[in-house]
Design a binder for this molecule. Structure first.
Ligand SMILES: [Zn+2]
Length: 233
């Protein structure tokens, strides 16, 4: 058997391995596990963000509390208003003060309403996150077990193929085999391509004169463009 025939045989077996690798990478088992893993990794960061929002709301509540105290103090001035008016105090001055206080109270009320809405929304966000973390923790645990079992099964299937590949590799020139492995690691596949009408059937580039001659003398030739091994039927 020529070197290129040995390589083709090897590639045929190797393709089974690649198929399993791809199957594993795109499997539902892996997807579910990776999804839960990614969520669990990002959860602390999300929790920190909610904490920061809550701290900001607490500062706002303290500020509004102080503003309320201030207004309560100012309102005390009006307790004895009747008496003061009787004693000849300036009514129009107190009327102005009362209007200004009323405005401040109105604006404070608006701020308190906004704060209450914000607190409610942050609380809901926290509760939703907590619920998701609990469900994801479960998914993480379950999917990890499922994915591990799935990988174990695939490993067994791959071991059979790998043993076969090891056997096949013995008939291939080590230098050529090293090249094959390099291409394989670069995710070039198929690595060996048929030449049709003097062209690489994968990229379409025509063989050079030297390439044609080497191919005719059954040497292992690489495509000058895509660097795949070439063979002619
Ligand atoms: Zn090519």
């Amino acid at each position: 058997m020529s070197q290129i025939e040995q390589l083709l045989k090897y590639q045929q077996e190797d393709e089974k391995l690649i198929k399993i690798e791809q199957e594993t990478a795109s499997s539902e088992e892996r997807k579910k596990y990776m999804q839960a893993k990614s969520f669990m990794t990002k959860a602390p960061e999300k929790l920190d963000q909610i904490d920061a929002k809550a701290a900001e709301l607490e500062r706002m509540a303290a500020r509004l509390g102080a503003a309320y105290e201030e207004l309560s103090e100012a309102l005390k001035d009006f307790d004895a208003l009747d008496e003061m008016v009787e004693e000849g105090a300036n009514v129009s001055f107190y009327k102005k003060s009362a209007l200004s206080l009323q405005e401040k109270i109105k604006s404070l009320k608006g701020e308190i309403n906004a704060l209450t809405a914000n607190v409610k929304s942050v609380d809901e966000e926290y509760k939703a996150l907590k619920k998701k973390v609990i469900s994801m923790q479960k998914q993480y645990k379950e999917s990890h077990a499922v994915y591990t079992a799935y990988k174990e099964q695939k490993k067994k299937e791959m071991a059979v193929i790998e043993a076969e590949l090891k056997e096949l590799a013995k008939s291939i020139d080590p230098a050529i085999f090293a090249k094959y492995q390099t291409k394989r690691s670069e995710r070039i596949f198929p690595i060996i391509c048929e030449v049709k009408a003097d062209r690489c059937s994968k990229c379409g580039i025509e063989l050079s004169l030297a390439g044609k001659e080497s191919l005719a003398s059954r040497e292992v030739v690489e495509c000058e463009n895509c660097h795949r091994f070439l063979y002619k039927k």
